[in-house]
Design a protein around this ligand. Structure first.
Ligand code: PEP
Ligand code: MG
Length: 319
């Protein structure tokens, strides 16, 4: 099976009815680009940069060290776009053992991700400057995690402007980039039309969207059986975000585990998704599903799935 799939590596990801689909890789370190290229990824849809910061006893990589890592990722992708997500520390991704989130009551609802970045603006701008500088050398899409409101987008974009101004003052060159947000908090999904006015694209983080929509801690074994990416409420949010972005003519991807789940590929295609980002090991299996799918025919079926109380069995029956 693995060998058969590997033959699909250079096959374009196009549906039976001629829809081109972008299949991107999620990476945690620049070194993962090799696996992404092996999987035939058309780019990186999610570089989880927090991994550059973790396990260093609180000593952050400085601007030059980060810049070198981002350049390495761009090099590794040989000119294909790299989506660099700003640090998403906290909850399931602690900075260090013993870091404060271990002692707060609800780390997933606490000072994590973009909230943490905005609370430590100088650390945040160091990262933004490194990303801006890297953007001179290849196509960079900047991605902000866990935004929950337009006010937060404004604060974030203000930090980006400041980071540019700091580089101007130093006389350091930087590039242009596309700016997007993760949609992974229900509030963001519900307000996506407002979000899109400020952004070039959005990327749906289903791992957190499921956690926050269903009130299921994604890291708690005791409730793991209730963690359901096909819950009708989750599907409705995903469907609405895809529809809103398509209507606005802006790119939308899914970069949570759902994107690499072959039992969800047809449904996501039917909902209008044309860009999937996943673990490199999943890309060829998802491509195989795409090659067998007729996207236009799936549109109506996907609406039936959305209206059903039991999407899981409908998807299983259609497989
Ligand atoms: C997500 O939440 O779906 C996501 C892609 O981000 P992470 O898994 O890194 O939280
Ligand atoms: Mg997330």
């Amino acid at each position: 099976e693995r060998e058969r799939l590997s033959r699909l590596r250079h096959t374009p990801a196009v549906t039976l009815d001629g829809q081109s689909i972008r299949l991107l890789a999620n990476i945690e370190r620049p070194g993962d680009c090799e696996a992404a290229m092996r999987g035939g990824a058309a780019g990186v849809g999610l570089f989880r940069t927090e991994f550059l910061f973790m396990g260093r006893a609180g000593k952050m990589p400085d601007e030059d060290e980060q810049y070198a890592s981002y350049l390495e990722a761009l090099d590794g992708m040989k000119g294909a776009p790299v989506t660099i997500r700003t640090i998403d520390i906290g909850a399931d991704k602690p900075l260090d053992k013993g870091h404060r989130e271990q002692s707060v009551l609800n780390p997933a609802l606490g000072l994590r991700s973009i909230r943490w970045s905005l609370a430590d603006a100088s650390m945040f701008r160091t990262q933004l400057r490194a990303i801006l500088r890297a953007a001179r050398h290849g196509p960079v899409h900047l991605l902000f995690p866990m935004l929950s409101g337009v006010g937060e987008i404004r604060q974030t974009l203000a930090q980006l402007d400041l980071a540019r101004a700091e580089l101007d003052t130093r006389g350091v060159a930087y590039g242009t980039l596309k700016i997007g947000a993760m949609i992974e908090v229900p509030a963001a999904a519900l307000m996506v039309r407002s979000f899109l006015k400020h952004l070039d694209y959005v990327s749906i983080g289903t791992n957190d969207l499921v956690q926050y929509t269903l009130a299921i801690d994604r890291a708690d074994e005791a409730v793991a059986h209730l963690y359901d990416p096909m819950h009708p409420a989750v599907l409705r949010l995903i469907a609405d975000v895809i529809a809103a972005a398509n209507e606005a003519g802006k790119e939308v991807s899914v970069c949570g585990e759902t994107a690499g789940d072959v039992t969800m590929t047809r449904l996501l295609l039917g909902l209008g998704l044309r860009c999937f980002s996943m673990h490199p090991a999943q890309i060829l299996a998802v491509k195989q599903e795409i090659l067998r799918a007729d996207a236009a025919k799936l549109t109506e079926w996907a609406q039936t799935v959305l209206d059903s109380d039991d999407p899981q069995s409908l998807c299983a029956a259609a497989a």
